[in-house]
Design a protein around this ligand. Structure first.
Ligand SMILES: [Zn+2]
Ligand SMILES: [Zn+2]
Length: 506
């Protein structure tokens, strides 16, 4: 069997599962209550997603098994036909594109450090046969993969691809047999929880870690390992305005190894009071381009990379590059964009950290009121909509009537009608700095386990009182919210993207 690059044409294969699924996998494979066999196994249902460079497989759920469906005999670990039948039944009720993962356990000690288990040669032989048979029972695009889990929770996942026979003769031919396929090893495994993302990189991951003298002060806080983790991290930044331009400078100085910047706007003279890093010469240039330059010169990671995307997250061309990211920072104050990212947080298991400021100046007395706010969305935590960051009505309104965007839009409507320029929300660099810092602290917390510990909810800074307070503390989405059901659907879920009228207005 040949080991070639992924036939889907992407550079990286990754595997992701929720913290909850990880706990259930370990329980199924290693708990004292289970059968006392040298190995155990389960079948899982997979979703998949393809970004620009990364293909990702998601463990959607573990198929429940009855006693005896996974057994141990002289030939080793076996899976009964009834177990696969149940799995295929479940897949038939899932959106198209769902596939199968066959998992078995390897021995070891739970206290071992996370290591990716090494498959034995019978393992490889066996999994190939097994998956070849299952792949023929599934639609063409359905992923099939084999996994091994060690007691420390370490995974090794390998995806298989076979050409589909088009005629009965081809189906019977050895050229389409089990040995005709290709396989690809996942180089990154992510366990995504409500306030934490646990990333594990194989040596082959092709993501570099930094170890420069420049980062000594932060290494004192989170150690070499934490710094390397940041160096391998790929972070998306949406909106390169007042908050985003600060993030584009701070994140690389923190040691983040790779950025994907998305914005369609250009720098204008009236942005200069908050477009951090922009010089007069940058006026008229795309914000992502000057921010990419700032990010490169600020970076401390040894092989820092930045991708600048002139686009909108409300369009396919703007969202696709973000599907390669481990975490997305949203600094764009647009309910329609927020809604797209809210879907991405669940369907693609990419935690989203959202931040912004709303200021109002009272015309009567000149009093300034408002707040800066930082929130997050991730599997296992409430979504941005349930947290109250945006409403569905606001998102639809922003889609249909781009001139109505922004906190002043409603007032403006009464005064001047729709034809005037975009309303300009009051903004100030000091608020932006606060929001950007809070967003990065949340990134530190998610990736490095940096304080604050415990549950992370919405944080708000009230301008009038000068107080920073924790807000909304719901444990999960509201009962009628469908986002928890999207977890791991990947490309099988249609994102609420289309044409961004605002981008196409000028
Ligand atoms: Zn094995
Ligand atoms: Zn929700």
């Amino acid at each position: 069997m040949v080991r070639t690059s992924n036939p889907v044409g992407v550079e990286e294969l990754e595997f992701a599962l929720t913290g909850e699924a990880q706990a259930l996998a370990i329980h199924t494979l290693f708990s004292e209550e289970g059968p006392r066999t040298p190995e155990r196994g389960f079948v899982g249902i997979l979703g998949s997603a393809t970004g620009l460079r990364r293909r990702r497989l998601f463990l959607r759920r573990i198929v429940p098994q009855d006693p005896g469906w996974v057994y141990w005999d002289r030939k080793g670990l076996g899976f009964s036909h009834r177990y696969f039948s149940r799995a295929l039944d479940l897949i038939s009720t899932e959106p198209s594109g769902s596939g199968l993962l066959v998992v078995h356990s390897h021995p070891g000690s739970p206290s071992d450090v996370w290591t990716s288990p090494q498959p034995s040669s019978p393992d490889l032989e066996h999994e190939r046969e097994l998956l070849w048979h299952q792949s023929r029972a599934l639609p063409g695009a359905a992923p099939v993969a084999a996994g091994i889990v060690g007691p420390s929770g370490g995974w090794r996942v390998r995806e298989y691809f076979w050409r589909r026979p088009r005629t009965p003769a081809e189906a019977a031919s050895r050229r389409f047999g089990p040995r005709s396929g290709v396989h690809h090893d996942a180089s990154v495994v992510s366990v995504v929880g409500p306030g934490h993302i646990d990333l594990h990189f194989a040596a082959s991951a092709g993501r570099s870690a930094s170890a420069a003298k420049e980062v000594e002060s932060s290494v004192l806080i989170w150690g070499q390992e934490g710094q390397e983790r940041l160096g391998r991290l790929r972070v998306g930044i949406v909106g390169l305005g007042g908050v985003g331009s600060i993030l584009a400078e701070f994140a690389p100085r923190l040691g983040v190894g790779e950025l994907v910047l998305v914005d369609y706007d250009t720098v204008k003279l009236e942005n200069r009071n908050r477009a951090v890093g922009a010089s007069r010469r940058d006026m008229g240039r795309a914000k992502v381009l000057y921010c990419a330059r700032v990010a490169k010169s600020a970076a401390v990671a040894s092989q820092f990379k930045v991708l600048a995307v002139i686009g909108s997250v409300q369009e396919e061309s703007g969202i696709r590059p973000l599907l390669d990211c481990d975490v997305i920072l949203n600094a764009c104050d647009d309910p329609a964009g927020r809604q797209v990212l809210d879907h991405v947080a669940y369907a693609h298991m990419i935690p989203v950290i959202d931040g912004g400021t709303t200021l109002f100046v009272d015309d009567g007395n000149g009093r300034v009121i408002g707040r800066s706010q930082v929130s997050g969305a991730a599997p296992g935590a409430p979504c941005l909509e349930c947290t109250g960051v945006y409403t569905r009505e606001e998102a639809s309104m922003a889609r249909e009537r781009p001139e109505m965007r922004g906190p002043n839009a409603y007032l403006r409507r009464l005064d001047r009608g729709f034809d005037s320029d975009l309303p300009r929300a009051p903004s100030v660099i000091s608020s932006n700095g606060l929001v950007a810092s809070l967003m990065l602290m949340r990134l530190q917390r998610i990736v490095l386990g940096f304080p604050p510990r415990g549950r992370v909810a919405q944080q708000s800074y009230y301008v009038e009182q000068g107080e920073l307070l924790w807000g909304h503390a719901a444990e999960s989405c509201k009962p009628d919210c469908y986002k928890p059901s999207l977890v791991g659907l990947g490309d099988a879920h249609t994102l609420p993207t289309g044409v961004d009228l605002n981008r196409n207005r000028s």
